[in-house]
Design a protein around this ligand. Structure first.
Ligand SMILES: Cc1cc2nc3c(=O)[nH]c(=O)nc-3n(C[C@H](O)[C@H](O)[C@H](O)COP(=O)(O)OP(=O)(O)OC[C@H]3O[C@@H](n4cnc5c(N)ncnc54)[C@H](O)[C@@H]3O)c2cc1C
Length: 529
């Protein structure tokens, strides 16, 4: 059984079906797509080049699909995912509109007993969570929210039909990636817009444009070679590793490197200009200051420009954003910025949003408040492993844990695609997903060939992996930010760095070694013959 019919769940279904297993996917939404099904807010695009944000498992699929823009829009990605579902006839094994609510491991029969919100109870030997890293929307934690008499929207649960904001006074709460992408377009549609910002982010212009025929043809001719190189890279986007320190070059040379990176519109580019941007505060501050100056050169009101300038965390330690005329939007006369660090948000009233300074009357509120990232989709399911131990409690006590991100000690025969403590969120996710699905499928094939009934990550292996992940993060500036990577955006969420920053290639090598050594770090039980 697979939970989730996004990019992960669909590919996992395809692979397990090819392995000859009877497989069923359960999906809360009424169609495929995951992220691209739920997040339909205006302005959503992928911020990885669309020709990379694609499956690589089928050369035929790669050749027949034509991306039209550098960064694909949400509707185009959703069309792509639907095409994949149809092309490989995947829908027939998916139960839609059904949410998994609990999964309890039966230690005697070595089966997971899974219950859905439709009352179905399913027994499965292998339970694969393809539930997504950014799929559990974070409800805004604001007093009085239920009192508001106007309309409210969450970017991650956006209605299917176009929302008409013409003539409306709109509030947008949240300025992470979803806010940054949607604010410029919402501003074009609303009569008046107030953006409530707690923490400004670093964002660079995406530089949207159509793909040229030559770009598409070149990539299609080289896809296979390209994927081999991708697997040896840190992020899946091929970039020459930097050799110099930002501190050893002249100001002119440094700014030229930052400017060239800025103009690529690639989220990884500025971090890749000098080898110490991610690890040295002084070097990082130079990149941060370069970007703050960009803000000041665009935003006319110096006070607004200052409010939009991030100063409380190093560059790159919170999700970097890509935008289209984000800063320009704050020059429009009908767009206002409220800096919640100066005038904190107090409550939502019947008619608007009240800060410590005043009430802003609005007709509609858009919550761009993000996600309970990486672990949220899993802890929202009542998962009980060996001895009835709940996954939620385990992570509450120990912090988010896994062994090589795909397995959890105490939870046999349960696999997670791009789970906690993996590199997925710092890389091209389609690549990270395909890697994990391939690894999980190979593992299940091995278990069947060896007549092994149960596999479980050992506690010591999990501890070692957690230490390894934390020590990798501690070599960087990441722990200095209150980011969703740290679990810091959700009240009472256990803190701990939830992703592996050492790069995809290193992670893949470790996973390959584990498999080659007969699944080192795992305990296995053969059935009694
Ligand atoms: C707004 C946004 C933009 C993004 N942009 C990029 C990008 O540019 N590049 C990039 O690499 N990545 C991006 N990501 C990350 C993105 O989530 C992944 O790239 C990828 O789509 C994840 O696919 P998935 O199948 O693993 O998870 P998801 O797409 O999240 O799918 C998980 C599915 O599981 C279902 N599910 C969860 N819990 C249950 C349950 N209990 N019962 C039943 N069903 C359940 C959900 O309904 C969902 O459909 C973005 C994410 C968001 C939210």
């Amino acid at each position: 059984m697979i939970v989730g019919a996004g990019i992960s769940g669909l590919y996992q279904l395809y692979k397990l079906r090819n392995l000859g297993l009877t497989t069923r996917v359960y999906e809360a939404g009424d169609d495929v797509g995951g992220t691209w099904y739920w997040n339909r807010y205006p302005g959503l695009r992928c911020d990885i080049s669309s020709m990379l944000y694609s499956y690589s498992f089928s050369p035929e699929l790669e050749q027949e699909w034509n991306w039209t823009e550098k960064y694909a829009t949400q509707p185009e990605i959703l069309r792509y995912v639907n095409h994949v579902a149809d092309r490989f006839d995947l829908r027939k094994d998916i139960t839609f509109s059904t949410r998994v609510v609990s999964a309890v491991y039966d230690e005697v029969n070595k089966l997971w007993q899974v219950t859905t919100d439709t009352g179905e109870v399913v027994e499965t030997q292998f339970l694969i969570m393809a539930t997504g890293v950014l799929s559990a929307p974070k409800k805004p934690d604001i007093a009085g929210i239920e009192k508001f008499r106007g309309s409210t929207y969450h970017t991650a649960q956006w209605p299917r039909e176009d929302v008409d904001f013409a003539g409306k006074r709109l509030a947008v709460i949240g300025t992470g990636s979803s806010g940054v992408q949607s604010i410029p377009i919402l501003a074009q549609r609303a009569a008046d817009m107030t953006v409530f910002q707690r923490t400004p982010c670093f964002t660079i212009p995406a530089g949207h444009r159509p793909l040229t025929e030559k770009e598409v043809a070149d990539m299609k001719a080289n896809y296979q070679e390209f994927h081999k190189l991708q697997h040896k890279s840190r992020t899946g986007v091929l970039m020459e590793p930097p050799s110099k320190s930002a501190l050893e070059v002249t100001e002119e040379e440094r700014n030229a490197a930052f400017q060239a990176a800025y103009e690529t519109g690639c989220i990884f580019a500025i971090g890749n200009t000098f080898h110490d941007i991610r690890i040295n505060k002084a070097a990082n501050e130079m990149a941060a200051e370069f970007l703050r100056q960009k803000i000041q050169s665009v935003v006319r009101d110096p006070e607004v420009a200052e409010s939009l300038s991030p100063r409380t965390f190093p560059y790159g330690t919170k999700r970097i954003c890509l935008d289209t005329k984000y800063y320009e939007t704050f020059n429009l006369p009908h767009v206002h910025l409220v800096d919640l660090r100066k005038t904190p948000l107090v409550e939502i009233t019947e008619t608007g949003v009240r800060t410590s300074e005043k009430e802003y009357e609005v007709d509609a509120i858009v919550f761009a408040t993000g996600f309970d990232a990486i672990t949220g989709a899993l802890t929202r399911i009542d998962i009980q492993g060996k001895g009835g131990v709940s996954l939620k409690h385990k992570w509450a006590e120990q912090g988010p844990r896994s062994y090589i991100s795909m397995a959890i000690s105490g939870f046999p025969n349960l696999f997670v695609v791009t789970g906690p403590l993996g590199p997925g969120v710092f890389s091209v996710m389609t690549m990270a997903i395909e890697h994990d699905v391939n690894w999980i499928t190979d593992c299940i094939r091995y278990l069947r060939e060896q007549s092994i009934a149960e596999i479980e990550a050992m506690a010591e292996a999990e501890d070692e992996w957690a230490e390894f992940v934390v020590s990798a993060a501690n070599k960087t500036l990441f722990p200095l930010a209150n980011s969703w990577y740290m679990g810091a955006n959700v009240p009472n969420k256990p803190r701990g760095f939830m992703a592996y920053v050492g790069g995809f290639a290193e992670y893949k090598q470790k996973c390959d070694e584990v498999a080659q050594k007969g699944y080192e770090g795992f305990a296995m039980l053969s059935p009694i013959l």
